[in-house]
Design a protein around this ligand. Sequence first.
Ligand code: LLP
Length: 419
Amino acid sequence: MTYFEIRDGVMHAEDIPLPRIAEEIGTPVYVYSRGALEAHAQAFRDGLKDVPKKHLAFAIKCNPNLGVLRVLARQGYGADVVSGGELERALAAGMAAEDIVFSGVGKTRAELAQGLDRGIGQFNIEHEPEGVALSEIALAKEMTAPAVLRVNPDVDAGTHAKISTGKAENKFGVGIDVAPEIFDRLSALPGLNMRGIAVHIGSQLTSLEPLEAAFRRVGELVTDLRAAGHSITHVDLGGGLGVPYKDDDNPPSPAEYGAMVARVTRDWDVTLMFEPGRVIAGNTGVLLTEVLWVKPGASHPFVIVDAAMNDLARPALYDAYHDFVAVRPTGDKMTASIVGPVCETGDTFARDRVTDAVQPGDLGVFRTAGAYGATMASTYNSRSLVPEVLVDGDRYVVVADRIAAGTIMAAERVPDWID
Ligand code: LLP
């Protein structure tokens, strides 16, 4: 079932016609489907049916909206967080502290203390000094921090360079070659309960091979650590599974991913932890926008929409592809560049693309915008912060307000010593 489909010539999110949201809330606006979120959460869990002991922690960086998190909390998901702010969101959304995993390459001492005070389930340690600091902070609180060591397996994830994390030159984790000695030293610290290993090699992976290669290296490390006398009970396999952005994209399904994981980890005898983000949320949301102008260009016209790179940064940052479709498609097509109003050439969603024909006043959507969309929005060019709507059948709620440029300006001041 698809949750964004054309009915009677008009695109709906579940049972809500998108023009109704545009009229009542204005554009640009992110629109999420609760049904799609639940279906994807279930599909990922089903894919792991042959993994006996597992823990699912939604990577909330991809969509930290409280309404979205509450849906996933009800599906039994915990959270993978990377900041104190994300930690508080996960708790506010009703996720249990023990179901929260704290990743993040530069946690502050204050954030480590916050994680301990909140009683989170696991710290993913990025390097030795962080582990030493965590042990000291835990000891001072007469606590023991449950922790795993993140390793960098030196595997090329085959994805965009800016979202690859598992090559030796990337800033994440410790080299897998030096992991045993670091693990030895961290295990000896009284404030830590070193219980396993974590790995995450990148995002939007469209092949299982690099994941399998990384997991096999982790499996060898687990064997070595056990041989050295360590008790390894948890392995965190991170996130990274890609999603289709185009109709003919064909990334591995959660079922294929799960079958690979079950095969590779069969003899590990650990609780496997997962940090899926995009695969849960990516195709559960669209960015709804209105066409402002159609302007002639050198080769093809520019379709100028009211969404911009500040609302959806992925095309500008990663040359990412997001499908653009009309909310009331006529069947006619046009070749155009789709651009936003921001004063940068990088504010281009699509270049010379064959797309649904649109005119000023028409509505369109950028698809696959449920992950790394609203959360990466800014107010660049003094634009408003884009709002978010969650649809559930024939009802919807604004789950994040539009924050007006004036509200942002109200938090600024001119020093009185500038006359
Ligand atoms: N775990 C860790 C440690 C991560 O760093 C990430 C993503 C995830 C899990 C979730 O990965 P996913 O399942 O969503 O692929 N802004 C970029 C993506 C950045 C990903 C950062 N880390 C984008 O828009 O493509």
